[in-house]
Design a protein around this ligand. Structure first.
Ligand SMILES: NC(=O)C1=CN([C@@H]2O[C@H](COP(=O)(O)OP(=O)(O)OC[C@H]3O[C@@H](n4cnc5c(N)ncnc54)[C@H](OP(=O)(O)O)[C@@H]3O)[C@@H](O)[C@H]2O)[C@H](O)CC1
Ligand SMILES: [K+]
Length: 464
């Protein structure tokens, strides 16, 4: 069984390679499969346009010699630039099998970067970086094999300040984290994956798969579909926006719970505003989920409201100000999960509050999910979802137009709505993110938060 969405660390990739070799493959056969698969992608993208392959000293370079040989066999004119001789036996053999003579530099149509892959251990030195840029600039179509040279495979960090932008990146065997994490993600261009027989790796991270949502059963009613209560605070506008979005996320009934003395505000007619003491309002046994945080404020009253909601031990989404106020003591003794939806700044604050510091972002998200005994949605251009006891999930990139005020409130509302329908906390988080990203695609360029909300029903139908 293939696992095309799994995302492997360099170490997991090596172990998977070793299992294939233990199962009868050889490094040579793996490199041949990888190189032939990559050459097929290059040929499909570029036909017989002339190609320059930059080969490094390791097996990424080895791939490059295999690619050069396969392209030449298809009648493509190929130059190889090899600033460093092959250091591994299999790469040396690949170079011999290619049989050509490398050139110092070249200026053709297509550039194929096989300088470094998952074995990059340190920043490129100035000579190599200069050559990489010079070749990239001398070609009008740029392909990176396995990874753009200069990125760190596991973290998505760039080991050199400025690296070339690619039109296409061909991953070998499995996705690596840097294919889907910023800033490396931005260099990739379109991403392709060459299957070399790597099977499922237990506990591997994976790309989130589009959800399959359903219509309510025939005998459904608003309570059976789920009652979500959004807690209003000092700035009710954010909770109104979250509640407006939640109406379209699957829950059958959305209310806003507001303190008696809070400022007057309005909401769409199909969102009920209940005013009164929170103690009384949250005691309704029909409540299936809470959303607390959007517009909550950071006052003592806000902290008290958060404390009380968490003490109810009902599935709860904590967003925005609730993440600034959240302390470990507030979730002690809870059985029901919480879903935290921090942006980068709130993530750092949570990491300090829960002492999950000194680790890279992927580890931190998994650690924090364990600490809050729930799910953590680390929002960004590369959204990562960590959940207690499970491997991390990475969301496919969503439109950059989401970088506008209010879209965080909307995401929180959609996740909370999914939670109210009875979806598990991890599924609710993924489904909410999918609805959010699809609504953004449907809303098109330069949408406002309100237009994003209006696009959610069409987004929902995309997953039915
Ligand atoms: N995973 C698979 O299924 C397959 C992967 N393939 C390809 O193999 C590479 C990984 O190969 P590896 O040799 O481990 O790594 P690299 O090719 O990236 O290069 C490592 C060599 O480069 C040297 N190195 C590292 N950093 C630098 C640097 N900044 N400057 C100069 N030299 C550097 C390193 O030597 P050290 O000095 O660090 O000891 C290594 O010599 C993978 O990405 C795939 O492309 C297989 O082809 C097939 C299957
Ligand atoms: K490369």
């Amino acid at each position: 069984m293939r696992a095309p969405e799994q995302i492997l660390t360099a170490e997991q990739m090596q172990a998977a390679e070793q299992r294939l070799i233990d199962g009868g493959e050889t490094v040579e056969s793996l490199m041949e499969t990888a190189g032939a698969g990559a050459a097929a992608y290059v040929y499909r993208a570029c036909g017989t346009r002339s190609v320059t392959v930059l080969c490094g000293p390791g097996n990424n370079g080895g791939d490059g010699y295999v690619i050069a040989r396969h392209l030449q066999a298809r009648g493509v004119e190929v130059q190889v630039v090899a600033p460093l001789d092959p250091a591994t036996d299999v790469a040396k053999a690949a170079r011999v099998a290619w049989g050509g003579t490398p050139v110092e530099t070249a200026s053709e149509a297509v550039f194929v970067d096989c300088l470094f892959g998952t074995g990059l251990g340190r920043p490129l030195d100035d000579d190599l970086l200069g050559l990489l840029h010079k070749l990239a600039e001398a070609h009008d179509y740029r392909i990176a094999v396995d990874l753009p040279s200069g990125v760190d495979s596991d973290s998505g960090e760039l080991l050199n300040d400025a690296l070339p932008q690619y039109d296409c990146t061909i991953a070998l065997g499995a996705w690596k984290f840097s294919h889907w994490l910023m800033p490396a993600m931005d260099l990739m261009g379109t991403r392709k994956l060459v299957d070399i027989g790597v099977g499922p790796v237990s506990s591997a991270a994976h790309l989130s798969r589009a959800p399959k949502l359903t219509a309510p059963p025939r005998d459904a009613h608003k309570y059976s579909r789920g009652l979500l209560c959004v807690i209003a605070g000092d700035m009710p506008g954010a909770s109104v926006l979250a509640a407006s979005a939640a109406r379209h996320g699957g829950a059958g009934y959305v209310k806003i719970l507001a303190a008696e003395e809070s400022q007057y505000f309005t909401a769409p007619h199909d969102v009920v505003i209940e005013r009164g003491s929170l103690y009384d309002l949250v005691s309704d046994r029909r409540i299936d989920a809470f959303l607390v945080g959007p517009g909550l404020g950071l006052s003592d009253q806000a902290r008290a409201r958060l404390d009380w909601v968490l003490a109810c031990d009902i599935p709860t989404v904590c967003d925005a100000d609730a993440l600034t106020l959240l302390e470990p003591s507030m979730i002690e003794g809870r059985d029901c999960p919480i879903i935290a939806t921090p942006h980068a700044g709130e993530l750092d604050r949570l990491a300090n509050a829960f002492e999950a510091t000194g680790m890279d972002r992927v580890e931190m998200i998994s650690e924090l999910a364990e600490d809050i005994e729930g799910v953590l949605v680390a929002k960004g251009p590369d959204t990562l979802i960590g959940s207690a006891g499970s491997a991390p999930v990475i969301m496919p990139p969503a439109p950059s137009w989401l970088s506008t005020a209010g879209t965080g409130d909307i995401l929180a509302g959609l996740i909370a709505s999914r939670l109210a329908t009875g979806a598990s906390s991890r599924k609710a988080a993924e489904q909410g993110c999918w609805l959010h990203g699809e609504a953004a695609r449907i809303a098109g360029p330069a949408f406002s938060a309100e237009q994003l909300v209006e696009a959610v029903p069409a987004a929902y139908s995309a997953f039915l």
